[in-house]
Design a protein. Structure first.
Length: 134
């Protein structure tokens, strides 16, 4: 059965250094996917930023709706801008930073209904990846 989800009715998530809205997920009735709208604000001195994390059992696909940023992964750093998408492999540690003058807005897709299972924060990326000091 088809379902329509409204952004205004979607729960806001409390994540460090960003705001997120859970548009589609298992708790909302999905059996196989999750979709989040994420906004990463312009970084200011002293801001609490999200550290690297990993999704052990599923990929993450991020589509840039507006703003500019860089996604740092175990395999390198990838500048992103509107109209582009980046696919992060399952098990690859990553973090995305806003590098522009306006909020970075991402539509994040996961082929899993529950994101907390297998998602964990990690202390750092592999030494080959470079993340600027915060």
């Amino acid at each position: 059965m088809a379902q329509v989800f409204n952004q205004a009715d979607s729960p806001k998530l409390s994540l460090p250094g960003r705001s997120a809205i859970d548009l589609v997920s298992g708790p909302k009735g999905s059996k196989a996917v999750s979709l989040r709208l994420v906004e990463v604000p312009v970084q200011k001195p002293g801001d609490s930023l999200r550290g690297p994390h990993v999704h052990n059992y599923f990929e993450e696909c991020m589509y840039v709706m507006s703003g500019e940023g860089i996604t740092y992964t175990d395999t390198g750093s990838y500048p992103i801008k509107p109209g582009e998408a980046i696919l992060v492999a399952a098990g690859e540690r990553h973090v995305t930073r806003n590098t522009g003058a306006v909020p970075l807005v991402l539509l994040c897709f996961f082929p899993a209904p529950e994101l907390m299972v297998g998602t964990e924060d990690v202390a750092e990326l592999k030494p080959s990846a470079v993340v600027p000091a915060e």
